[in-house]
Unconditional design. Structure first.
Length: 135
């Protein structure tokens, strides 16, 4: 095989496969969003956002923002959690080829019933006291 023919073959192969590769990359989309406290409308830092179907997770930044890059087109579910807040599930997040899906999530504070906590604490204290075996 001559050098000229070999070089032509390499160029032809590269030309044949390069558009297909860039086309696959161009077909993916992205999801970008924010997570806020519902009552105070402040950004929530380090909330965990999970892209359920893709088994991917990220955390929100200092501004409550998150982003998933190179997401294949489709319909997804997001699960958003943070300690002290109720988990929120966002369904029907549609990612189109080459497009950016935007999601805004407001998390509600978990309500802790202090009466239940006090009752549990009192019951725990009323359990069998330590008794000395001496008479």
């Amino acid at each position: 095989m001559s050098l000229k023919l070999g070089a032509t073959l390499v160029v032809a192969l590269l030309a044949a496969f390069t558009p297909a590769s860039s086309q696959v990359i161009g077909q993916s989309g992205a999801i970008r969003g924010s997570v806020h406290d519902r009552d105070f409308d402040v950004p929530l830092v380090r909330a965990r956002v999970t892209l359920v179907e893709a088994l991917l997770a990220t955390q929100t930044d200092a501004d409550g923002l998150f982003r998933f890059e190179r997401v294949p087109p489709g319909t997804y579910t997001l699960s958003v959690t943070k300690d002290g807040y109720e988990r929120k599930i966002v369904t029907e997040v549609v990612v189109a080829p080459g497009q950016l899906a935007e999601v805004h999530v407001d998390l509600e504070s978990e309500v802790v019933d202090l009466d239940d906590l006090l009752t549990q604490r009192v019951r725990a204290q009323r359990r069998t006291p330590l008794v000395s075996g001496r008479g």
